[in-house]
Ligand binder design. Structure first.
Ligand SMILES: C[S@@+](CC[C@H](N)C(=O)[O-])C[C@H]1O[C@@H](n2cnc3c(N)ncnc32)[C@H](O)[C@@H]1O
Length: 270
């Protein structure tokens, strides 16, 4: 007795297989759509105003939109390519950071990590500029001070990223522009930098108590007309500490999320 399927049965088998694959593909897309919606606060707009980069600084305006950006935004750049570089801003975010360095003499970064942004700042800033960058040394992990409402994942990420002692800028001809500081940012004495910084990047621990502490310091360190940028404003479910801390701060200050990025910006009044 033979069990070979008839041509009609083959067609049925093929239909069932194709249907199975289609259901899998659709449900994968549906799940990622739902996850994205959840991260965005279930369709509710996020608290911070979303603006194009040119609202933060006129240098990003495109006088002839069809030609795109002009040479005033030309920078020396290293792409992250297709590598998953730990903690790294996207290429578009890095380009924004690098362009802003062109007009900055005093820059401060909370969270060095690989030193990519540090390097782009040192490379693209005017001669004589200084880039101060603060990070937790791998031997200082026990100085980390978790806040009562911080998520344990944020603490774990912060400690995991505190693994670097040599950086992208190390050994380059712009290293002399960099001042590398080590220590826990809650213990950092920011007073010597008060009102002196043109550009500040808050990108240290993403735990809420740290984002709050670093932000308070950054707001005192920025000089009139200077810019503070934060990284990883990605909704309540990814880097929730950044999201909640910045939404709360945004009810007091005109913070702006830069379109197409996870950067948030604040321009200090003149
Ligand atoms: C997201 S990475 C920074 C990425 C970097 N700004 C860049 O643009 O490539 C976070 C950095 O914050 C540092 N960090 C975490 N907790 C810290 C703390 N309590 N004090 C100082 N630095 C901290 C980590 O060591 C890590 O280098």
């Amino acid at each position: 007795m033979s069990f070979a399927p008839s041509p009609f049965e083959w067609i049925l088998i093929a239909i069932v297989l194709i249907e199975g694959i289609a259901i899998k593909v659709i449900s994968r897309h549906w799940n990622s759509y739902r996850r994205a919606k959840r991260e965005e606060g279930r369709g509710k707009p996020w608290a911070l105003r979303r603006v194009p980069a040119e609202t933060v600084d006129r240098v990003f305006a495109t006088p002839a939109p069809k030609l795109g950006h002009t040479v005033s935004t030309e920078v020396a750049f290293i792409s992250i390519g297709q590598t998953a570089v730990v903690g790294a801003p996207s290429d578009y975010e890095s380009w924004i950071l690098a362009v802003l360095a062109r007009q900055s003499s005093m820059m401060f970064e909370f969270g060095t990590c690989t030193g990519r942004t540090t390097y782009l700042w040192a490379r693209n800033s005017p001669p004589g500029a200084k880039v101060i960058t603060l990070t937790l040394h791998p031997d200082q992990l026990d100085t980390y001070r978790r806040g009562a409402n911080d998520r344990s994942e944020d603490e774990a990420d912060a400690l995991k990223e505190s693994a670097f002692q040599t950086f992208v800028y190390t050994g380059t001809d712009v290293e002399h522009k960099v001042v590398q500081l080590y220590g826990d940012s809650k213990a950092f004495d920011h007073r010597p930098y008060q009102g002196r910084c043109d550009l500040i990047f808050v990108d240290g621990s993403h735990a809420r108590s740290y984002v709050e502490s670093d932000s308070q310091k950054a707001l005192q360190m920025v000089k009139p007309g200077g810019i503070v940028l934060w990284h990883d404003y990605r909704g309540p479910h990814r880097s929730g500490g950044v999201f909640h801390a910045l939404n709360a701060l945004g009810s007091k200050l005109p913070l702006m999320q830069i379109e197409g990025t996870s950067l948030v910006a604040y321009r200090a009044p003149l």
